[in-house]
Design a protein around this ligand. Structure first.
Ligand code: CAA
Length: 304
């Protein structure tokens, strides 16, 4: 195993679709022991059962052996709710994959910085929130941001943005906060490569490259539907067959989660103050109605 990343154990925070996928590629591809934590034990059970299903499918398709699947599964251990974030005390890297909520991420990074060793990397899988803001939350309370202690704490925070479904999508976007050190950036890149991913780098701007381009596209598709330009099927089929996209934009929005799409669009709009990023009213109303897409059965389409 290449130790260029120096990660002997990784902690994954959040066992939703992203966290579960990241745990899987870490255990199967990077072959690194994984500690998985989610404050909802129900979510952990769901995540582990998805992982079992995906490993069994890889075995059935002859991509990996039974033994490789078992080894990968054995590398994943769950951190119980009693231990909470303290369970990550000895890991060399934490990848946070909780929902797109700045206050939540700030509180997590503030706690992590107190628990983890000085060389541990604190990575966030955020899709759009400023890594620099999250890094500032890792500075110990009361420290001057220019002090050596503060520079060390914030310097180990980095953006590591995976794509859904993580086991299938080949890309990871790497984002440096203003504070991130070059060493942390290099080690994080090496870890993503060990997970089997190609890495692109983006500056810390709202949405980075991926969502600064994808979300206006999805938003325009929703506005087309809102204006009655075409049916949901015709909008999606136009992009699927006319442009060879694997999914139409409305299907993709349902796949990502409409609540996540709205949260990202709000971050883009607030972060740039540019009206081209204003979320469509229809998207806002659908989230008001708690229609979140595939994850809860109703979005632009219905799912069983
Ligand atoms: N988890 C894991 N694997 C999944 C999956 C999931 N949720 N959904 C599908 N797959 C796997 C399937 O099991 C299948 O694997 P095998 O080759 O081993 O059989 C493979 O993906 C292809 O699936 P299907 O044949 O069922 O269907 P498909 O050919 O239509 O592909 C897809 C499904 C890969 C999801 C494809 O439609 C696709 O690439 N869609 C676009 C996805 C995309 O753009 N993702 C990025 C979203 S943006 C994001 O994540 C970041 C952000 O910040 C918002």
């Amino acid at each position: 195993m290449s130790l260029a990343h120096g990660v002997r154990t990784v902690g994954i925070l959040g066992a939703g679709q992203m966290g579960t996928g990241i745990a899987l590629v870490s255990a199967l591809r990077a072959k690194v022991p994984v500690l998985l934590y989610d404050r909802s034990s129900e979510q952990v059970t769901k995540g582990l059962s998805l992982m079992d299903k995906l490993l069994a499918k890889d075995v059935a398709k002859g991509r990996i052996t039974d033994e490789q699947a078992k080894d990968a599964r054995d590398r994943v251990q769950v951190v119980g709710s009693e231990a909470g974030l303290k369970g990550f005390r000895d890991v060399d890297m934490v990848i946070e994959a909780v929902s797109e909520n700045l206050a939540l991420k700030q509180s997590i990074f503030s706690s992590l910085t107190a628990e983890l060793g000085p060389d541990a990397i604190l990575a966030t899988n955020t899709s759009s929130i400023s890594i620099t803001k999250i890094a500032a939350a890792a500075i110990p309370q009361g420290s001057n941001a220019a002090s050596e202690d503060a520079k060390r704490s914030a310097g180990r925070v980095v953006g590591l943005h995976f794509f859904n479904p993580v086991p299938v999508m080949k890309l990871v976007e790497l984002i440096s906060a203003l504070q991130t050190t070059p060493e942390v950036l290099d080690r994080t890149r090496a870890f993503a490569v060990a997970c089997g991913k190609e890495v692109t780098t983006s500056k810390d701007v709202p949405g980075f490259v991926s969502n600064a381009l994808l979300m206006p596209f999805i938003n325009e598709a929703i506005m087309c539907l809102e204006k009655g330009t075409a049916t949901r099927e015709d909008i999606d089929t136009t992009l699927k067959l006319g442009m060879n996209h694997p999914m139409g934009p409305l299907q993709l929005a349902d796949f990502i989660g409409l609540d996540t799409c709205l949260a990202i669009q709000q971050t883009l709009y607030e972060g740039t103050r540019d009206s081209k990023y204003r979320p469509s009213v229809l998207l806002e109303r659908m989230v008001d109605a708690q229609w979140y897409g595939r994850k809860n059965g109703k979005g632009f389409y219905e799912y069983n």
